[in-house]
Design a binder for this molecule. Structure first.
Ligand SMILES: Cc1ncc(C[n+]2csc(CCOP(=O)(O)OP(=O)(O)O)c2C)c(N)n1
Length: 279
């Protein structure tokens, strides 16, 4: 069981990631606040609890891999990599500038990034290739992939899903950040994909559900997924787009919206309120 201390540590890390996210987005420029903040707890758990990962392990062949298939949420991954010491903090200030290390989507030049993503639908195929190669190498490493619910309309995902089941890949865990809103509105209005859980099960995957903002539930899901043998597992994360930002929760306008000075101040207030609650 997770100790109360560790739980608090991971909740605090998720909050730190959201502060970093806000710092990177800044005032007056566009940034993917919504789909990044829905992932804060999951990335905190993966990078700071679950994965065999660390700044000193980036070349370890047995490191666990995380592929952010919904690459537009890169800023929250950059926050985690920065907190893990993969690159200096100053890089957060230079994000999305031409001479900065951190670009708008994940790139292999960034320490800790395992795959170039951003064109939706490709991360699961890349992860499957990694998982098969690790299995050939008899590595204990696992591959984690994070997809979006809007992203589920990409056909390539379902090719990879069939292939992973066919090859009985069980060192791969996929997450579906089921925040129910995509770029331009509610996912069910933009491109409805009903019965997601049944679809994944039909494609031969073990399907799990977890509250994606609950540290213990995420860990339980990951542990259950790792225990499944002979087939891949997917965890449907019940999340809220823009979680903890009062103006952004469930609001497609902050998928990649600009933060005005006033909204930025509100965002800081919202996070300060969470800080008080974690203590
Ligand atoms: C192949 C492709 N088509 C379109 C886009 C533009 N795009 C970027 S984010 C996005 C919406 C993704 O929605 P979802 O997967 O639900 O992400 P989240 O809401 O979790 O951020 C779209 C359509 C893209 N990046 N790649």
């Amino acid at each position: 069981m997770l100790s109360a201390e560790k739980k608090k540590e991971l909740e605090s890390m998720a909050l730190k990631l959201r502060y970093d996210l806000l710092e990177m987005i800044g005032i007056g420029t566009a940034g993917h606040l919504g789909g990044s903040s829905s992932l804060a707890e999951t990335l905190a758990v993966l990078y700071f609890h679950q994965m065999h990962f660390g700044a000193a392990l980036l070349k370890d062949p047995d490191r666990d891999r995380l592929v952010l298939s919904k690459g537009h949420a890169a800023l929250i991954q950059y926050a985690a990599l920065c907190e893990a010491g993969c690159f200096p903090r100053e890089e957060l200030k230079r994000v999305k500038t031409l001479d900065g290390l951190l670009q708008g989507h994940p790139d292999l030049s960034i320490p800790g990034i395992e795959a170039v993503t951003g064109s939706l639908g490709q991360g699961l195929s890349i992860s499957l290739g990694m998982a098969l190669a690790l299995r050939l190498d008899k590595s204990p490493a696992r591959v984690y992939t994070v997809m979006g619910d809007g992203e589920q309309s990409e056909g390539q995902i379902w090719e990879a899903a069939m292939a992973a089941a066919n090859f009985k890949v069980d060192n791969l865990t996929a997450f579906l950040d089921w925040n129910k809103v995509q770029a331009t509105g509610p996912t069910q209005d933009v491109f409805n994909i009903p019965n997601l859980a049944e679809k994944w099960a039909g494609f031969g995957w073990h399907v799990l559900m977890a509250d994606g903002h609950n540290i213990e539930a995420i860990i339980e899901g990951i542990e259950k997924a790792a225990a499944v043998k002979g087939k891949p597992a997917v965890i449907l994360l019940d999340t809220i787009k823009g979680k903890y930002f009062s103006f952004a929760e469930g609001n497609a306008a902050y998928h990649n919206g600009i933060l005005t000075e006033e909204v930025y101040a509100q965002a800081l207030n919202d996070l300060d309120a969470v800080k008080a609650w974690i203590r």
